[in-house]
Write a protein that binds this ligand. Structure first.
Ligand SMILES: [Zn+2]
Length: 434
């Protein structure tokens, strides 16, 4: 099947980034960002010119391997022309100095990226928001390690991906350094700035913390009280939690949906209740650490590998926590989905429908159908093997299909074709006693 790129205007396939070193200073009141990005990369083709995605910020200097380079700034990217072409296979380093007032970038009917809050900032990178705050090769399959240094006015708490390795305070500002040592896709890179306190959470197998306005602390447990148990449960099912820790940021602002980032998720204060619709999202975002962050789809076309899995994890947690069984959720959602238009192809929904709720639910239903077909033992063995084999890497739907057939010891083409490539909603298999 011929497939189109969802965002052909993003990213550059002629090189891959190994590490981003970002040194940023930010003034909250004026929304002024000043940055220096040191990008260590390797050329996969001979490079006369390379493209870095960067949206709406002023570039003041570009150097390649220590030599000033010519560059052209376009509205959503930067074309860099090194003094001498870079040969395929060679490692190189680009330094970009930039500044400006970061703004969210358009993303379909919505927008994403750097966003000012009432008093602070959040960064929602998905899908193409990373270029709103740093120059990058904005492709989900180009994963790299990061060092993020950010200087902000005193009184604000700054969170970024990875481990905080250093923090110091001067008369008016505080500098925070975070290191993300496991490879990360650009859309998962984030910083969160607010008048927050940090609240360490006990009882989790890995360091867990909440970062939130002090006034919301007393309501934190309403939605997040069982998150340590959730993390232990998912670790048992899918293998060890893949990152150094997990932080939940709660903004004072209300948010429409929670935001996913590597080692972190961000919820609006409106999610702090014990309603199932909030608790299920706590499970959903946490499960993205395995499905989406550690194991990342190479292209957005395969987004069901993130969202279908995370939705199924909601149902798994429901059952584990003593609420409705996964099978009951599946049959209810099958009925609802059956009443909706059958015009979506799960394995290639297109950029406009990639976050349609039907992708989430049909993806989860596919997993349930697979579980009922191959039995619990092989199904969970498949999920564990999937994470183990591809942890910190990039994957495709075809890779999942091949592994499922391998673990099941039987061809599953009919099942995958019906769920992934045809439009009508397939029936769910009857419950077996597996
Ligand atoms: Zn999700």
């Amino acid at each position: 099947m011929k497939r189109h790129e969802y965002f052909p205007h993003r990213g550059d396939r002629s090189y891959a980034v190994a590490h981003y070193d970002l040194t940023l200073s930010y003034d909250v009141d004026s929304n002024q960002l000043r940055g220096k990005a040191v990008i260590s990369a390797g050329a996969s083709a001979d490079l006369r010119e390379l493209r870095l995605d960067l949206s709406g910020l002023r570039v003041t200097k570009v150097a390649v391997d220590g030599t000033n380079a010519r560059y052209v700034v376009k509205p959503d990217h930067l074309l860099v022309r090194p003094k001498a072409p870079i040969k395929a296979g060679r490692a190189f380093r680009v330094v970009v100095a930039y500044a400006g007032r970061p703004r969210p970038v358009p993303d379909g009917d919505d927008e994403c990226g750097w966003e000012e809050l009432e008093d602070g900032v959040l960064v929602a990178g998905q899908t193409n928001g990373a270029p709103s705050w740093f120059p990058c090769n904005d492709r989900p399959d180009d994963k790299a390690t990061y060092r993020i240094e950010l200087t902000a006015p005193n009184g604000y708490y700054v969170v970024a991906n990875g481990v905080c390795t250093s923090q110091w305070r001067s008369a008016s500002t505080t500098t925070w350094i975070y290191e993300q040592r496991e490879p990360m896709a650009t859309y998962l890179a984030t910083v969160q700035i607010g008048r927050y306190v940090v609240h360490p959470v006990d009882g989790s197998p890995v360091p867990m913390a909440a970062v939130l306005p002090p006034a919301h602390l007393r309501r934190y447990d309403s939605a997040f009280g069982r998150q340590p148990e959730m993390l232990a449960f998912f670790s048992r099912l899918f293998g060890p939690y893949p990152f150094a820790g997990y932080t939940v940021v709660v903004t004072d602002d209300r948010l429409d949906i929670p935001l996913e980032a590597q080692g972190m998720s961000t919820f609006g204060s409106n999610f702090l209740t014990s309603d199932w619709d909030n608790v299920r999202l706590v499970a959903h975002e946490l499960s993205h650490q395995w499905f989406g962050n550690a194991v990342t789809a190479s292209t957005w076309r395969d987004i069901w590998l993130h969202e279908g899995f995370a939705c199924y994890c909601e149902w798994l947690w429901s059952e584990e926590s003593g609420s409705r069984a996964a099978d009951e959720h599946a049959r209810n959602h099958w009925k609802r989905l059956a009443g909706k238009p059958q015009d979506l192809v799960l394995g290639d929904p297109g950029p406009d429908l990639m976050f349609d709720d039907r992708v989430y639910k049909r993806g989860a239903l596919l997993l349930h159908a697979l579980r009922l077909t191959i039995g619990d033992d092989r199904f969970f063995e498949l999920l564990r093997t999937w994470v183990e084999r591809h942890c910190y890497g990039s994957v495709t739907t075809e890779m999942f299909e091949a592994l499922a057939a391998e673990v099941a010891g039987e061809p599953l083409d009919g099942l995958f074709d019906a769920w992934l490539r045809r439009r009508p909603l397939p029936d769910l298999p009857a419950v077996t006693s597996g």
